[in-house]
Design a protein around this ligand. Structure first.
Ligand code: FAD
Length: 322
């Protein structure tokens, strides 16, 4: 039996340590600063409360979803009809070369934690916004490395059970994991195996990356990083592959930005949604942008690339409430 939002709110309100609100604008929880209200929004840093909330939300029969830092989300202007949950636990600990991080910890805090302890392997992920949980979910990465390389165990909730997967079971690929195909499996924590390394050298690498990134993605920019996934050369149809200058291919991948640039994406706009004039795979909200303009601009870019190259650009961002 499906509960009304009011009934579900009453059930959630009975869970200790859970903060519940109704009608919260999701624009507040997304870096794009876009998105209408969620019927219900609940968050907690307490694992027990989070698992109880997840279970109550599912039992309510209402649509349920979990968000992290909202840095990779496009939320509909109408918002989300159902319950949005956020797990904010952010403790970190090290056991020898292993780091164990709660899903709600900012990825950057984990990167800094590892660097401070002279543990190498995460420094190239410096500056990727968002939480550890979502980084595992989407196998976040940059500069030729992704978090999957270091993950040894992931603890997650499936229904009433807490399960643990090793790296192989997570089925990581480029910006993919098994969790993307099982959206009801919610990550609670991750364990990563790192290498002993020189703290100052790790800091230097991270600082270098951060300064490049901060120029490309100013910290106040309302965006989601890259909108589209890069393309694997091996997956491209022959004609499209042949059109790509060899120097553009890096680690077997072609930046989506290259295709977008060829179709004149840089500087395009729709309403207050803009394609950066210096980066064709970066779309930002000038302040008054809407999700409908954002989706329309994405569709227009996809259509142009499809027409010219016969390939489909796939979004890296995740849609909510459409
Ligand atoms: C300026 C900028 C630069 C970026 N650069 C990069 C980059 O270089 N490389 C890169 O990989 N990404 C990049 N991104 C994208 C983004 O940082 C990552 O996708 C990040 O992992 C999203 O984290 P989040 O906590 O904000 O997740 P959200 O946007 O809140 O959610 C993303 C998805 O994760 C799911 N999710 C969240 N928490 C959990 C959980 N505990 N268990 C299961 N599923 C969960 C959500 O349901 C949703 O589908 C960039 C984004 C921005 C804004």
């Amino acid at each position: 039996m499906m509960l009304t939002a009011e009934e579900a709110q009453a059930r959630l309100a009975g869970i200790p340590n859970l903060t519940v609100s109704s009608g919260a604008p999701l624009s507040r929880y997304t870096r794009f600063g876009i998105g209408g209200p969620a019927d219900l929004y609940a968050e907690t840093a307490d694992a027990e409360a989070f698992v109880a909330a997840l279970s109550a939300a599912r039992a309510s029969g209402l649509a349920t979803m979990v968000i992290g830092g909202g840095t990779n989300l496009i939320v509909s202007d109408r918002g989300f009809r159902g319950i949005v949950l956020r797990y904010c636990a952010e403790s970190l600990r090290a056991e020898g070369p292993r780091a164990i991080a709660d899903a709600g910890a900012p990825l950057q805090t984990l990167v800094d934690f590892a660097i401070d302890r002279g543990l190498g392997g995460l420094e190239t992920l410096a500056g990727i916004p968002g939480s550890v949980g979502a980084a595992v979910y989407g196998n976040a990465g940059a500069y030729g490395h992704s978090i999957a390389e270091r993950v040894t165990a992931v603890r997650f909730v499936e229904g009433e059970a807490i399960r643990v997967f090793d790296r192989a079971a997570c089925e990581f690929h480029y910006r993919e994991s098994i969790f993307k195909r099982h959206k009801d499996w919610i990550i609670l924590s991750a364990e990563l195996l790192l290498d002993a390394a020189d703290c100052a050298a790790l800091r230097k690498t991270a600082d270098g990356i951060l300064s490049v990134r901060n120029e490309k993605f100013p910290v106040t920019m309302k965006c989601a990083g890259s909108i589209f996934k890069n393309l694997l050369l091996k997956d491209l149809p022959g004609a499209a592959a042949a059109a790509v200058p060899p120097a553009t291919v890096r680690e077997g991948k072609i930046p989506a930005a290259w295709f977008l640039e060829q179709v004149g994406a840089k500087g395009m706009r729709r309403g207050d949604i803009h394609v950066a004039d210096y980066h064709a795979n970066l779309i930002y909200n000038g302040g008054a942008g809407t999700a409908s303009d954002l989706r329309a601009l994405i569709a227009e870019l996809q259509a142009r690339v499809r027409e010219r190259f016969g390939i489909e650009l796939e979004e890296e961002v995740q849609y909510v409430g459409f």
